[in-house]
Design a protein around this ligand. Sequence first.
Ligand SMILES: [Zn+2]
Length: 430
Amino acid sequence: MVPTSVRVRMYQVGFGDCFLLTFRYAGRTKPRHVLVDFGTTAAPSGSPSQLLGRIAEDIRKTVGNAPFAVVATHRHRDHIAGFDPGTNGKGPGAVIAALKPRFVVQPWTEQPDLAVDAKAPPGFKGLAARQETLASLQAIARHAVDIALPRLQRSFQRTATAEQLAFIGEDNISNDGAVRNLMRMAPNDYVYAGKPTKLARFLPGVKVTVLGPPTVKQHDSVRKERIRDPDEFWSLQGKAFGLGDQSGSTGDRALFPGHEQTSGGSAPLWARWIIKSLRSAQGDQLLELVRSLDAAMNNTSVILLFECGGHRFLFPGDAQIENWEYALGQKKFTELLKNITVYKVGHHGSLNATPKTLWKQWYPQGAKPLAVGKRMTSLMSTKAGKHGSVASGTEVPRTKLVTALKKWTRLHSTQDLHGAVYVDEVFGIQ
Ligand SMILES: [Zn+2]
């Protein structure tokens, strides 16, 4: 059994992601739906106050009682806020849970059971430390927003920095309601690069490959060669905000080498100097710190590739180069990354989430853009003016990338949707 068509629906959530994939089958077989992320941190201007509630309602109507699965690529608010059932238990997350997803796909870094499973790959030995790292990053973001931001705002200086700090900081603050709901609504499917996912059996006739995130061990094997490779970024000066070695296996030294540890309340030892820094940092330094934390969380994103009927659909969440570099170093994966039909533009069009290695594979030097109808479709969910800055060449979406996407692909951006709730792209399969 092979799908007769695949529909990709991109909802207008402003700065965030919400994609509903519908695989249709011939005859009486019900369609199968996969929701990839559901969140926002900045709603589109003029949108209703209950934006996520309305989208949840549309998803409910679309899915009905058909088989349904959920993917939460990573823990950022702009990808999971919609899974929050709210304090009254009637929020959008409750609507999604009521659709009874068969399972929820999440990155292995979200796995709550810290016991080392004998069947797990050796890379799992760093799991506990890695998970503590991620939880602590959220605590640090909370500190930045609660302690440092009001001070910056009171000073009436560097307003742009304060706005950036508020935006990125809030995206990183733990969204417990959504996280718990994702854990409870269905059995979980925690994945890493190369691990078989439950999606494969759920979608007859569709091959599903997990390209990221790598495990600690997988990542370590390539990171030394390629970390902070300036050629991979959509900027003149490659400026990575990766955390370097964040495997957790070497504790505090892994995060910010050379810094002393100081007392910082309940935070883990290795994080205390950061909290001290947050208290005393000037705005720009503070923003840089919070950006580093933001990049670490983005790099836990699940990267999924769906293949059927000669079409390939690539959903990389917000994966940045440190996540991508593992898949891009594996021949079996790079072969799969050729001839993509739909590309969900990584990280809302930011400069460091569409690696140049990937791009050059699609559009090698000397290539010419295809006729519009034959091009790859790129779907970009974004809202300009929220993240990065034009002055530093870090604006999201990155102008250089958008120009290239317009020239080489068939680009749909949520910014062009105006009043529409979503845009659909349908791909028939002979
Ligand atoms: Zn995001």
